[in-house]
Write a protein that binds this ligand. Sequence first.
Ligand code: FEO
Ligand code: CA
Ligand code: CA
Length: 689
Amino acid sequence: MKDYERDYADFRETPGFEHGDEPPCNTSANPTFYDILDARASRRGFMAGGLAALATGIYGASLAPRAALAQSTAAPALLGFAAVPVSKDDSVAVPAGYKVQVLVPWGTPIRSDAPAYRPGAVTGADQALQVGSHHDGMHFFPIEGTAPDAGSSEDGLLVLNHEYVEPRFMHAAKWAGQTLEGEDLVLDANGLRPDDEVLAEINAHGITIVRIARGADGVWAVADDGRNRRITGATPFEIAGPVRGTDFVRTRYSPDGTRIRGTLNNCAHGVTPWNTYMSAEENWAGYFVNTDKVDQKADLPREHARYGVPTETSRYRWEKAASGADEFARFDASTKGASAAEDYRNEPNAFGWMVEVDPFDPASTPVKRTHLGRFAHEGVVFAPVTAGRPVVCYSGDDARFEYIYKFVSAKPYEPGVTRGEILDEGTLYAAKFNADGTGEWLALAPGLNGLTPENGFADLADILVNTRLSADRAGATKMDRPEWGAIDPASGEVYFTLTNNTRRTQTQVDPVNPRAQNAFGSIVRWTEAEGDHAATAFAWELFVLAGTTPASATFAGRALGEDAIFACPDGLWCDRDSRLWIQTDMGDMGPPFAGTLAPFGTNAMLAADPRTGEVRRFLTGPWGQEVTGVVTTPDQRTMFVNFQHPGGHATGAQFAAGDFGSGFPDYDGSVPRSATIVITRDDGGVIGA
Ligand code: FEO
Ligand code: CA
Ligand code: CA
């Protein structure tokens, strides 16, 4: 049993709960996505006939023109590569005519004078100057620094974030021979942890900024640059937006509630129109503990309880660092002092935000942008900007039965002038998907949608700190774990992955609902009213229901074939030609490949054609990893992709025997490590074409 599982009596009802996925905390009565699908399908008389009928039913009415188009239009082929098969090997596979290179694995020195990587013996000081662990969201910023997707395709700043750590691999030399599962810890006789182990783990989190360049031989390498930088779980941040300076974020470290140390569990990312990088704080709640009790029962404030802050012990027990130093004690959010300025009861309130960093300004202090809401942010995707119009971005809350959000700025975008401060004033919305294929954006703002003092929402800061409760109150639609979003530059359609939701039990199923115990996930897409991303209405459809061939369907009514089957879509990105890149996270997939997800092999990346619904497998990865993070250079001839947590499936017995589950990327018997891979074509062509 993992630490965070102990705090939730119902975790055993949640098969597939892994990796610190946030426990389901939504107890509101809002309808689920499937309630609505069922309503749409049944309204049209598709109560029987299985998944294909459901898929046809969903799209048969409102989307018939598109489906017909998909099957009749002779558009030039968007996908020009030969599919790779499902893999069960501890290796990387790409289509014929493509090749891969490993770049910036965990532990890579970020400058030539930084300490070398020492497998299984990482120190806090080393890790502060090395690439972090568990790579996730990533962008290649052309070195000119003028635009996110214009400039050099041979030289730039690679910015990537780091979701979590696997302590047994970090400290493998010291912990050798012990039976340790994925996130097991070795405590001392007093139940404490050595400070430097904790510091190494904190420093392996956060964001890495490194200059990379392609050599004459075509090989990419890290280049020394004054902008190479690590932002970690300990780096000072400014708090910006409506929550800055409020009672919610006063701590002993920052009694005026304006600063906080660190960013944690950074999942996907976003790239702003003004060329900065945003990083999402996803499963941050488990890093804290609040042991406050009344009458022997846990007594958490709602801003902790609705996010699942543990009540007994934290995920990594950083609060148990032996010295008790302030930088570690802050992870204990229990009430200890006479006021919030004397303890860390509010420390968790400074997490769950989107954070912004300017990779081109190494002296800049990163910022938490609180108006984008507080939840398990998977990432953020910005709509294309127009001068004089608001800035709009979308973000999903990756936990079971949580919501999709959108932020619309109050001020208009001004090219060359607008900076991150524009995100500090505007309106946050939560999505409501109606049964008839329409949708509404529900404003989470004072006085609207029931968000009044009478209903317990004192002001805007209260609404934002309690974003999930606000969306509950407003009546948003509970989704099946919203992960990444992407926007098709050609159509303006917004896509979101809904990775899975195995918590939907059989008793919740009706005859036409194919997604009870939803292990496979789906991708939804929508168009904003009149093509305006700032609109408050939209029209939606399912793009694909993932799964095996008999369990899958695309909007065009076809099943996924052997070259296309996939499950648990997570990472998502649409390139400038409108290729939709889909990355899977089925958890730690490795031998023995048993269970529901066995037919899909290791985690993979696929490409889809938004017009036809065709899906084709492009990449398979090694054992234990998930594929996450994808971007190309502006010329689309070099692609960067991350493999996260290789070897994560290794059992405690394997670890004790010195078998770390996967050899990736060193294949020399040392612990596996997350890494970026660089994908190019032998003929130098556009990736995927
Ligand atoms: Fe960190 Fe929701 O994946
Ligand atoms: Ca993810
Ligand atoms: Ca995931």
